[in-house]
Design a protein around this ligand. Structure first.
Ligand SMILES: [Cu+2]
Length: 100
């Protein structure tokens, strides 16, 4: 019985990842991060964003006080990106998103 449950879990996981891949759309979000004030801040923000599963690329600019994030919208969302910067100590707001 346990074996069967394990097998069906595997099938479910496989099906879910296949569906994600089929529906995945890469998005780019621009976040306003007003709390960055020195050269280390954008590095911290970038690292926090890159740790979010589904994020493929993140850049952060101290001059613009902005972060630009490329992510798979089947795996993450702008809310999760904002949570990640918040948890790193930098509350952020979405300026805009765009589908690649
Ligand atoms: Cu700093």
């Amino acid at each position: 019985m346990k074996k069967m449950m394990f097998a069906s879990t595997l099938i479910l996981a496989f099906t879910a990842s296949w569906a994600d891949a089929a529906l995945a759309a890469m998005q780019t979000a621009t976040l306003s991060v007003p709390g960055m004030y020195c050269a280390v801040c954008p590095i911290t923000v970038k690292k926090a964003l890159e740790k979010v599963p589904g994020v493929t690329k993140a850049t952060a600019s101290l001059e613009k006080k902005e972060a630009v994030v490329t992510y798979d919208d089947a795996k993450t969302s702008v809310n999760k990106l904002m949570d990640a910067t918040f948890e790193a100590g930098y509350p952020s707001e979405v300026k805009g998103t765009k589908t690649k």
